[in-house]
Design a protein around this ligand. Structure first.
Ligand code: 6CS
Ligand code: FE
Length: 304
C-alpha cells in the first residue's frame, strides 16, 4: 500500500463535520493476507472481505471458560474505583474495563491463542499490536447497549488511525442470544465510510464510552445504510469469536433479560498503520484507549 493516506493534509475520511456529506467508498482492502499466511481458508477470507465480519466457534475452549469468567469477576471486584480504565453505567455497575490483559495473566493468554493472534496477523497481512483491549459487561435486566457506529470513525477522528487496517475480535464469555443485547452488524457496510456531523468536544471519551453521541450517523444515514446492507444479528455460545472489520456499522440494544452478556474485546492494528495525531480532536486519547507505545506481536510470538 502506498503512503498516500498517511499524510494528514489529505484526509480521505473526513468526519465530525459542520454539514452532512455523502458516504465515501473505502479504498483499502479488508483482508490483507492470503490463505497461505495463516489458519483461515480462502473461503473464510472471501467471506470476511465481503461481509466485513465472521464468526468462529470454539475460539476459546470450553474448559477455559469458567476460569476466564472468574477472572472477569475478580477484575471487576478488585477494581480501584478511581481507575479511569473502569467505565461504569450511571447506576454504578461496571460496563467496561480497559487493558484487562494488564490486570490478568489469564486474559493476556487469550491474545496469543492459536485461534486469535494468527488470525489477526493473517487478516491484516503484517505484524500486529493491540490498539485497544477491553472487557464489556452487559448485566441482565439493566445492561445498556452501544448505539450504531463505525469504530474506525472514532479511531480515525480521535486517535489518528490513518487507514482501515485494524480488526476487532470479540470473544463471548456468555451465550449470545438474539434477545440479550447481542451485536447487530450491517454486512458490507465496512466498504463505505459514513461521515458524521458534529465536532469532537474536549475529553469526549469521558462520556462517549458510556453513551456515544458524537461520531454516530444521522437517522437518515442509518436508514439508508440499513436499506442498502441489511442487518445481521450475531449469536452463538460462549467461546465464540466474532471478528469484525474496523469500519463495519454495528451496535447493540439493551439487555432486559436475566441473561448477562460479557465478552473480551481485542482490537488489533497493523504495525504499518500506527497512530498519528488525531484527525478531528484537539488532543489524543489516553494510551489505555488507543495504544501508541505497545509492542507488536511478531511471528515469533506464535512459536514461543
Ligand atoms: O471509543 C472507542 O474506541 C470505541 N467505543 C465506542 C463506544 N465507540 C467507538 C469505539 O467503538
Ligand atoms: Fe464498536
Amino acid at each position: 500500500m502506498s503512503s498516500r493516506h498517511l499524510s494528514q493534509s489529505t484526509d480521505r475520511y473526513p468526519t465530525r463535520l459542520d454539514t452532512q456529506i455523502d458516504p465515501i467508498a473505502r479504498e483499502e482492502p479488508t483482508v490483507w493476507g492470503s490463505a497461505a499466511n495463516g489458519p483461515l481458508a480462502a473461503a473464510d477470507l472471501d467471506s470476511m472481505a465481503s461481509n466485513g465480519y465472521m464468526v468462529r466457534r470454539d475460539a476459546v475452549e470450553a474448559a477455559w471458560l469458567p476460569a476466564l469468567t472468574a477472572e472477569l469477576d475478580r477484575v471487576a471486584a478488585t477494581a480501584d474505583p478511581w481507575d479511569p480504565r473502569i467505565i461504569r453505567e450511571p447506576g454504578g455497575s461496571i460496563r467496561s474495563v480497559f487493558q484487562p490483559h494488564l490486570f490478568s495473566d489469564l486474559i493476556s493468554e487469550v491474545v496469543t491463542l492459536d485461534t486469535v493472534l494468527p488470525v489477526a496477523r493473517q487478516l491484516l497481512g503484517s505484524d500486529v499490536y493491540l490498539h485497544q483491549a477491553r472487557i464489556n459487561m452487559m448485566p441482565g435486566f439493566t445492561g445498556t447497549g452501544f448505539y450504531w457506529h463505525s469504530d474506525f470513525e472514532t479511531w480515525h477522528a480521535e486517535d489518528g488511525m490513518p487507514e482501515m487496517r485494524a480488526v476487532s475480535c470479540s470473544i463471548a464469555l456468555t451465550q449470545n442470544f438474539p434477545y440479550n443485547g447481542s451485536l447487530m452488524v450491517m454486512p458490507g457496510s465496512h466498504r463505505v465510510f459514513y461521515p458524521c456531523v458534529g465536532a469532537t468536544p474536549r475529553d469526549n471519551h469521558a462520556s462517549s464510552l458510556v453513551k456515544q453521541e458524537i461520531g454516530v450517523p444521522s437517522h437518515a444515514t442509518l436508514t439508508a445504510a440499513a436499506d442498502r446492507h441489511g442487518i445481521d444479528q450475531v449469536t452463538g455460545p460462549a467461546g465464540t469469536a466474532l471478528w469484525f472489520d474496523c469500519n463495519i456499522m454495528h451496535g447493540s440494544g439493551s439487555n432486559i433479560t436475566p441473561y448477562p452478556r460479557s465478552n473480551i474485546f481485542l482490537v488489533f492494528n497493523s504495525v504499518e498503520n500506527r497512530l498519528l495525531a488525531p484527525y478531528r480532536a484537539e488532543t489524543p486519547r489516553p494510551e489505555y484507549l488507543a495504544a501508541r507505545t505497545s509492542q507488536p506481536f511478531s511471528a515469533t510470538a506464535l512459536t514461543t
